[in-house]
Design a protein around this ligand. Structure first.
Ligand SMILES: [Zn+2]
Length: 251
């Protein structure tokens, strides 16, 4: 019923929330408050008015430049807004306005912020991991999909595997990665945590090797692992059953 209207509605809300995600991506790594002060141009400090803050549209109308000082606005702003809007509409199109759908859009936006910050700053803010943990607890209480034992095992494994890898690799994995993995393990339980870690490492290795072979990156330059972790998490959360069925059917 009215699925097109619902999807368009979530697309628009998605790009509006995307503009808040931009604030988080810009301010969280600097330990700044994400609510106060109101949005301002990072170059001239002029406070932005509502007409400057219309997601995507303002960027296009201003031709990508600040209205007050003419400084270029980073392309990331409209891109993040569009990705969030598109992500939300695809998820709602697939799952409808259901608990699964809402969990999907929250995880999508959270993953987008974690990946963007890690890509640029090589850190995963504790506050975001905390949001992931708290939302996971609420999700388990509401959905009752997993037993408590399963959740605890997932959490312990989500901590242990990256912790051991960090010891072996001496710095290949950061503290932020370990905390994020622990939260992911808590969300997924067993066997999801294994699948998510496998998928993250698999995609991460392929991308890493490709970047080194094509000389886009030096061998010693670190590649942030957060984006791959959230990708593995997201794919596992939604497609665990399909992937495991496919896997077992191979034997
Ligand atoms: Zn400016």
């Amino acid at each position: 019923m009215y699925i097109v209207e619902i999807v368009i509605f979530f697309f628009l809300i998605g790009i509006i929330i995307g503009s808040f995600l931009n604030v988080c991506i810009y301010r969280l790594p600097k330990n700044e408050n994400i609510v106060f002060p109101p949005s301002h141009c990072p170059s001239c400090q002029n406070r932005l008015r509502p007409k400057d803050l219309i997601p995507v549209m303002s960027f296009l109308l201003l031709k990508g430049k600040c209205r007050y000082c003419g400084e270029k606005i980073h392309w990331r702003y409209p891109v993040i807004e569009m990705i969030n809007g598109l992500g939300w509409s695809v998820i709602i199109l697939n799952y409808g306005v259901t608990i699964q759908g809402f969990v999907g859009i929250i995880l999508f936006s959270l993953s987008l912020v974690i990946a963007s910050i890690d890509l640029e700053h090589y850190i995963i803010p504790d506050s975001l991991v905390l949001v992931l943990i708290l939302s996971g607890i609420i999700y388990h209480i509401v959905s009752r999909n997993l037993s408590l034992i399963n959740i605890l095992l997932g959490t312990v494994i989500g901590f242990t595997i990256p912790f051991v890898l960090a010891l072996i690799s001496r710095g290949g994995m950061g503290g932020g990665d370990i905390k994020l993995c622990t939260a992911i393990g808590m969300w997924l339980g067993l066997p999801g945590v294994f699948l998510a870690l496998f998928l993250s490492s698999f995609v991460g290795s392929i991308v890493g090797i490709t970047l080194i072979v094509t000389k886009i990156r030096q061998r010693k330059e670190p590649i942030p692992f957060g984006p791959f972790l959230v990708l593995g998490f997201f794919v596992t959360f939604f497609f665990q059953k399909e992937i495991l069925t496919l896997y077992w059917s191979l034997f």
